[in-house]
Write a protein that binds this ligand. Structure first.
Ligand SMILES: Nc1nc2c(c(=O)[nH]1)N[C@H]1C(S)=C(S)[C@@H](COP(=O)(O)OP(=O)(O)OC[C@H]3O[C@@H](n4cnc5c(=O)[nH]c(N)nc54)[C@H](O)[C@@H]3O)O[C@H]1N2
Ligand SMILES: Nc1nc2c(c(=O)[nH]1)N[C@H]1C(S)=C(S)[C@@H](COP(=O)(O)OP(=O)(O)OC[C@H]3O[C@@H](n4cnc5c(=O)[nH]c(N)nc54)[C@H](O)[C@@H]3O)O[C@H]1N2
Ligand code: SF4
Ligand SMILES: [Mo]
Length: 747
């Protein structure tokens, strides 16, 4: 009999960018249920099936609870000491023999959702010092980051649509009713979208598929994949041609207006029409409605990033926000002021260095680095191509690039040929099956959380901290400790280095960075006084306390009585609401000019490529992706409650295309691109534009050696076998995962 009484705990959900506040009901150490926290200051009780499935993840027998070590080709359970010893023996000789670049590092999406990993993966990356550093970023938001860095000065200066006050919203290439939002942390987004329409506002969705989001909108425009930049630039052309510019308060803060007008002069709606599939008259109407709305926001996401013109489309989104006077004003698109700070709250306000690209190039194809990352599409060739500098060792942290990156099948083969691979992960899956050592993270219930990263992109400024629900299991390590330990090994400090000292060293490095600003609170107090003020906490809790207290809402280590600190946050378990986003221009800018660059040189250099875009051919098929509410990229397919019902890895196709190709609903179809082929069941639906087919990513759970038994029973196929590795978005190195030319026929 378990006589323990029921307890309730709060935990911020780490499974998507919405960061909902959850309530976990426990009896002793047993999870009874997980639901929404109605009092959470940001999410107000919203929860989705993935959040509820935190119980299933916590209990999943396939979830790793001890390190794995490859012995005679088999991944067996091992102790932490032997695991770290193996890492030392496996990686150090490669570094000594071939140099730092011979070990590559991939930081995956799960790292963005973990407090431990998001704060401490820098300890690993810094110690490794490899140029072959990459992440999920180049299959995701890199184009947006390049665009905003050029326009506003930093890679995270991303304007956030003010959903709760806007009267007119354009959504391009995003399906937040399935994804719950991205670069837009707005839990319960369905409710927020409904409220726009209830207050008389208007929502227009641009997507080649009639998604749930499109169905919830006032208007759905089925534009041609990859043509967002053509459409948006034609809309900008209309604003100039019809004298509809309304910069308002932004007027003194912009550069490049005249250049922009000249650059878009030829890009008329008539030019765009055959390229994007939207009639010229409709482009004019849409542009006028945007310009005339009392306030409006343009928002673009995955569909506008992971495509051939990702940077141009991402740039055009914010140019439209600016030209219509909606940038940096309530009801438009604004910058956040995160409680834990940001690169756009650090240093001198209003001016900065701006971005620098191409400090080095990849060895094999000479692709320039972007924000110190190389495209993840380059990994396989760096591992396979002989010669000095060849990658022979690999570390993954919270990522599954075999399923998530273009040409994953080739990467799969390349991983099999590595000398040594280490994964920090929670499953033996398609990627980690190649590792020599797997170091497992903990269940979300066994670690504290503060969403340092995603609060950078939230629709309101809030501060929320959840303490760990359960104590860490006996003998287990938290992931920040794993990062420090790996960092210590790679820096040559040995696998027994004192973790406390490594942690303090890491903290002091962060403090030193903040202290570069002599007028800032950290610079004025000095490192020793700051460390002392932070007291006895260790690890991420201490770091969060540091970021909060030195941040824009902080207590400045006692100077500001009502300011934020971790202690203060602990008194508010449902979080502290800091209010809606407020205008920050010009203080937020970090460009060298101190202005918003409307026509940045780096970006407009890519316009000739767009000008050369040929009109869409009427009979070709192109492939796009999609997401499903009950799935998360490649890794939640092992949780039984999330995979009930219909098969999800289907090839969606319009009735017209299905008839033309002789494919019935449910029939197996062969999909072939220039890079590969897969066979998937057809799902005939009028919710997709003719000429477009759609497969979700993150499937293909049928490889030997994986230990995800539920996922294996509905394996699906890896859509990234079809994605090009050789052609990338040229400015960001981002993969082109949407708008891939394919042929489809009966299998
Ligand atoms: N075709 C196509 N491809 C895509 C996309 C697309 O739209 N279309 N989307 C892209 C995007 S946006 C992204 S972000 C990437 C994502 O791709 P990846 O970055 O590869 O991430 P996931 O597929 O989410 O896999 C997460 C990994 O982390 C592990 N994991 C889960 N929780 C934890 C934890 O707490 N700690 C640790 N250490 N590991 C954990 C899981 O087991 C899994 O191996 O996929 C990209 N790939
Ligand atoms: N349930 C669930 N939630 C998730 C994830 C998940 O896998 N499952 N993944 C998380 C991650 S890592 C991310 S980055 C976010 C992404 O969140 P979103 O950006 O909302 O991503 P998607 O739901 O893939 O929506 C992209 C839409 O773009 C459309 N599209 C494709 N090509 C084009 C194009 O060229 N132009 C236009 N205009 N549209 C196009 C597709 O049809 C699709 O509906 O979601 C996050 N949340
Ligand atoms: S919407 Fe995202 S954050 Fe909220 S419960 Fe679902 S997975 Fe978790
Ligand atoms: Mo993503």
């Amino acid at each position: 009999m378990n006589a323990a009484r029921e307890t309730r705990h709060l935990r911020i959900c780490p499974y998507c960018e919405a960061t909902c506040g959850l309530e976990v009901r426990m009896r002793g150490e047993r999870v009874l249920s997980v639901g929404g926290d109605p009092q959470d200051v940001l999410s107000g009780g919203y929860v989705c099936p993935k959040g509820v499935a935190m119980k299933a993840f916590h209990e999943d027998p396939d979830r790793l609870r001890a390190p794995r070590l490859r012995r005679d080709g088999v991944l067996v359970e091992a102790g932490w000491d032997e695991a770290f010893e193996a890492v030392e023996r496996g990686l150090l000789p490669i570094l000594e023999r071939d140099g730092r670049d011979a070990v590559a590092l991939f930081i995956g999406n799960a790292a963005a959702h973990s407090l431990s990993l998001s704060l401490y993966n820098g300890a690993l990356a810094g110690a490794l010092g490899t140029r072959n550093f990459t992440s999920a970023g180049t299959t995701d938001q890199m184009p947006k980051q390049v665009a905003v860095a050029c326009m506003f000065g930093t890679a995270v200066s991303i304007p956030i649509p003010d959903l709760d006050r806007t009267q007119h919203l354009w959504i391009l290439g995003a399906n937040p009713l399935e994804s719950n939002g991205s670069l837009l942390t707005a839990p319960g987004i369905g409710r927020r979208l409904k409220a726009i329409r209830r207050r008389g506002g208007r929502i227009v969705v641009f997507d080649p598929r009639r998604t749930r989001t499109a169905e919830a909108a006032d208007e759905h425009v089925m534009l041609r994949p990859g043509s967002d930049a053509a459409f948006l630039l034609a809309a900008i052309h209309v604003l100039f041609a019809e004298g509809r510019l309304r910069l308002g308060a932004l007027e003194p803060h912009v550069n490049g207006l005249g250049e922009l007008e000249a650059l878009t002069r030829e890009l008329s709606p008539e030019w765009a029409e055959p390229r994007c599939g939207i009639a010229a008259g409709e482009i004019r109407r849409l542009a006028r409605e945007l310009a005339l709305a009392p306030c409006a926001a343009v928002y673009g996401r995955i569909g506008t990033c992971t495509q051939a013109f990702g940077v141009l489309a991402s740039w055009a989104v914010d140019v439209l926000n600016a030209l219509t006077g909606n940038l940096d004003r309530p009801g438009g698109a604004l910058f956040t002021l995160p409680a834990t700070g940001s690169i756009h709250t650090a240093g001198r306000p209003g001016r900065g260095r701006g971005p620098v690209f191409g400090r080095w190039r990849t060895r094999v194809r000479g692709f320039p680095e972007v924000f110190r990352e190389i495209p993840n599409a380059c990994l396989a060739e760096e591992m396979e191509t002989p010669g000095p500098g060849r990658v022979r060792g690999f570390i993954t942290v919270g990522g599954n690039p075999v399923l998530s990156t273009p040409g994953g099948d080739r990467l799969d083969r390349a991983l099999a040929g590595l000398e040594f691979m280490v994964s920090c992960d929670v499953y033996v899956n398609e990627t980690t099956r190649h590792a020599h050592v797997i170091l497992p993270g903990l269940s979300p219930l066994e670690q504290p959380h503060y969403d340092v990263l995603l609060s950078q992109f939230a629709v309101r400024n809030t501060a929320r901290f959840s303490p760990s629900v359960l104590p860490r299991p006996e003998g287990a390590l938290q992931e920040w400790e794993i990062m420090l330990r790996l960092g210590g090994i790679l820096a040559g400090a040995g696998r027994d280095a004192d973790l406390d000292s490594l942690d303090e060293l890491f903290l002091r490095r962060r403090i030193a960075m903040a202290a570069k600003d002599p007028e800032g609170i950290v610079g004025r107090l000095g490192a020793d006084a700051v460390v002392e003020a932070l007291g006895a906490r260790r690890g991420p809790e201490r770091l969060v306390d540091f970021l909060l207290r030195s941040g824009p809402w902080g207590d400045r280590f006692g100077e500001k009585e009502d300011g934020l600190s971790l202690d203060r946050l602990l008194e508010h378990p449902h979080g502290i609401d800091l209010g809606p986003l407020a205008p920050r221009i010009p203080e937020v800018l970090r460009t060298p000019s101190g202005k918003i660059e409307l026509a940045p040189e780096t970006v407009v250099a890519d316009l000739p490529r767009l000008r050369a875009l040929a009109p869409a051919s009427p009979d070709g098929l192109v492939l796009v992706g999609r997401r499903d509410l009950r799935s998360k990229n490649s890794w939640m397919h092992n949780l039984a409650p999330l995979v009930t019902g219909r098969e999800r890895c289907t090839l969606q196709m319009s009735p017209a295309d299905a008839a033309r190709l002789g494919l019935a609903d449910g029939a197996p179809a062969r999909v072939t691109s220039k890079d590969g082929a897969v066979v998937a069941p057809v799902e005939v639906t009028d919710a997709i534009a003719p000429g477009v087919v759609s497969l979700p990513h993150g499937f293909g759970h049928d490889l030997p050696g994986i230990e995800i038994h539920v996922a294996r029973t509905h394996a699906g196929v890896n859509s990234n076998v079809l994605a090009p590795r050789d052609v990338l978005e040229p400015l960001s190195g981002n993969a082109i995962l949407n708008g891939i030319p394919v042929e489809v026929g009966p299998a």
